[in-house]
Design a protein around this ligand. Structure first.
Ligand SMILES: C[S@@+](CC[C@H](N)C(=O)[O-])C[C@H]1O[C@@H](n2cnc3c(N)ncnc32)[C@H](O)[C@@H]1O
Length: 253
């Protein structure tokens, strides 16, 4: 990735800026601000139920970003998450915000022995990865046989998108199911994000306040502008339902 990569701007630089904004606004803003790919608590609850995240569950979060989803299930379910994330700015932010155990690692080469975790999830990550079966196979390898593997995937609903956000490779439904099967995962259940309740008003307001604070501090910085343009392009595709969010629950075969 180059210095001018919008993925680096969004997932590394802006992720790290989130920390200062949360410090300014208050710690109750950390969780909503740090759920960058997933959005609503209802979606996290659906997936956590479907892959069996409970008290004491050792959960691997691959592509964990700033760590909001992992912190949510640690708080709500007494799960024990470990985060893996390639962008060091996001790793640093997860440590600052949640004191999370996090390793800087690519999802294609996770630094964990086989069967180290009870379950794993990867939220909003698969669409940024070209070799999807390899990313999923690493999740399968890292969990115990039969362990739950959860995904939030942004999926293409048309053959060709009118614009192609840099660094994103949205699969269609057939490609997604083929990647799941190729990785040795068994599909258990799936749900559309749009069919689940959205984030509560106070959650959304906190996330918006953090975004606005980051914008105030950095709007003249070209890295903020590139990240913002990337987010808007993806939001437009989602708004037009050319790309939809889908939750996928699997079992390691
Ligand atoms: C949309 S964000 C989602 C972050 C987090 N999972 C969440 O839901 O808040 C996508 C994340 O995938 C990470 N990512 C990109 N390529 C990756 C790879 N090859 N392996 C693991 N994570 C990757 C990015 O750095 C970013 O943090």
């Amino acid at each position: 990735m180059s210095e001018q990569d919008p993925m680096v701007d969004e997932f590394d630089t802006v992720a790290a800026w989130t920390v200062a904004a949360v410090e300014e606004l208050g710690a109750d803003h950390a969780l909503p601000a740090a759920c960058r790919g997933s959005g609503s608590p209802a979606a996290l609850d659906w997936l956590a139920d479907a892959i069996g995240v409970g008290a004491g569950s050792r959960l691997l979060d691959s592509g964990a970003g700033v760590g909001g989803p992992a912190a949510y299930v640690a708080r709500e379910r007494d799960a024990v998450p470990v985060l893996a994330e390639p962008m060091t700015g996001a790793c640093w932010a997860a440590r600052q915000l949640f004191d999370a155990p996090v390793v800087a690692a690519d999802g294609l080469a996770l630094p964990f022995p086989d069967a180290s975790f009870d379950c794993a999830w990867s939220l909003g990550v698969l669409c940024t990865v070209e070799d999807k079966p390899a990313h999923l196979a690493e999740l399968r390898r890292a969990v115990v046989p039969g362990g739950g593997v959860g995904l939030l995937v942004y999926m293409r609903t048309v053959d060709v998108l009118p614009t192609q956000p840099e660094g994103n490779h949205f699969p269609d439904h057939d490609e997604l199911l083929a990647a799941v099967a190729a990785a040795g995962l068994v599909l258990v259940d799936e749900a559309r994000l749009a069919d689940l309740p959205g984030a509560p008003e106070d959650w959304q307001a906190a996330a918006d306040a953090v975004d606005a604070t980051v914008e105030r501090a950095h709007r003249d910085d070209p890295r903020w502008a590139r990240a913002q343009a990337q987010q808007e392009e993806i939001a437009d595709l989602i708004g037009r339902e050319l790309v939809v969010g889908v939750l996928v629950a699997c079992r390691a075969g």
